[in-house]
Design a protein around this ligand. Structure first.
Ligand SMILES: C[C@H](N)C(=O)N[C@H](CCC(=O)O)C(=O)O
Ligand SMILES: [Mg+2]
Length: 362
């Protein structure tokens, strides 16, 4: 199965409601779709999300990286030797992790099709169903309460609450949400780098003193501030998760060697795809550190790939794969089945897409 062409498309999907974090506000998904054609007629699909504030990747940088750097190196290579292709993909240019992720995902889709097995089975096959949280955007407390009640009514039992924007409001936000949803709903919080280390400790202690049980806090401080992350981890009782601080296996090694966090959020758009994500999973396993599989604002195309990885691995115990649940439409047939908080892997080779609209690539 040899690669004959790598094609780019534009994926535009309105969100149900604006997505707001401490870093950005977005109304729709405007992503790049990738399809890899082969001499056997098999097609692999991938997707890249241009999350400039986190990865530095933009629509034009992703398009340029795939078209001008990655595609010319990969045409003619055989899917059977996935390791050789991945070495080329890694070396052809530095950073550009979202562009690499889209291509890597499409390659793994083909790898599964080549071996006629669903990807999660080839990667370990630990389970075939996982359960995601749903994100509550950072807004005024009343709006966050409305969104939380609506999410619970739709069956979600874990809410990922965005905080870190106007720190004085964060305690009010969490108190109001906990009061509205009761004790049986799990709350995890994501500050998206919005706090300074001492501020984070003070807010988290206030949250604890108020008796507000939270499962963990994600990325409380700036991505580059590994010392600040450790300071928070050492001074609060809640588990601390690294998100924007960990892109590569080297980042994971450094942070875990320093015991700077308790948990890791792995996203294919940060790692550059599944190949590197598997290395981070192996490192985390060696340190006994549980992982969350997360996503950027992505459609079912790439979130299905993340779901296959998450389902395959025992150490991935937390799931934040709510991208498709935030979208107002699903343009694709096949892939994983997203039913509220439940994500079910299908027994179809590769990622299992049966219909991806041609219009995306025209
Ligand atoms: C969509 C997912 N639940 C999420 O919250 N991801 C963010 C970053 C998403 C973005 O800004 O596109 C995160 O975990 O920080
Ligand atoms: Mg995060």
């Amino acid at each position: 199965m040899k690669i004959t062409a790598i094609q780019l498309g534009h994926l535009s999907v309105p969100l149900k409601t604006p997505f707001k974090t401490a870093l950005r506000t977005v109304d729709s998904i405007e992503n790049i779709a990738v399809r890899i054609m082969t001499d056997t007629g098999h097609i692999g699909y991938g997707e890249a999300a241009p999350t400039a504030v986190i990865t530095g990747d933009t629509l034009s940088s992703i398009g340029g990286a795939v078209k001008n750097y990655i595609a010319p190196q990969l045409i003619g290579l055989d899917i059977e030797n996935l390791e050789a292709i991945m070495m080329k993909l890694d070396k052809v240019l530095v950073k550009n992790t979202s562009a690499k992720a889209a291509v890597d995902i499409a390659l793994y889709d083909l790898f599964g099709q080549y071996y006629k097995a669903p990807l999660y089975k080839l990667l370990g096959g630990f389970r075939k169903e996982i359960t995601t949280d749903i994100t509550i955007s950072v807004n005024m407390p009343e709006e966050m309460v409305r969104d939380s009640i609506s999410a619970v009514a739709r069956g979600y039992k874990t809410l990922k609450i965005k905080v870190g924007k106007d720190a004085r409001m964060d305690l009010k936000r969490l108190k109001a949400i906990r009061e509205a949803v009761g004790e049986n709903i799990q709350l995890r919080i994501d500050a998206n780098q919005g706090w300074k280390p001492k501020e984070a400790v003070s807010i988290l202690r206030d949250i604890e003193d108020a008796g507000l049980a939270i499962e963990f806090v994600e990325q409380p401080v700036a991505a580059h501030d590994f010392e600040g992350l450790k300071y928070v981890t050492d001074h609060v009782t809640f588990p601390v998760m690294a998100d924007e601080s960990i892109f590569s296996p080297k980042d994971a090694l450094k942070i875990l060697q320093e015991r700077a966090v308790d948990l890791i959020n792995i996203k294919l758009m940060k790692t550059g795809g599944i190949h590197q994500a598997l290395k981070i999973i192996a490192i985390a396993e060696a340190y006994g550190v549980e992982c969350m599989m997360g996503c950027m604002l992505e459609s079912k195309l790439s979130v299905t790939a993340a779901a296959h990885v998450a389902a395959a691995k025992n150490i991935v115990t937390k799931i934040d794969l709510d991208g498709p649940g935030l979208c107002s439409i699903d343009p694709f047939d096949g892939g994983a089945i997203f039913k509220g908080e439940r994500i079910l892997l299908q027994e179809i080779p590769g990622l299992g897409f049966t219909d991806v609209p041609e219009s995306i690539f025209s």
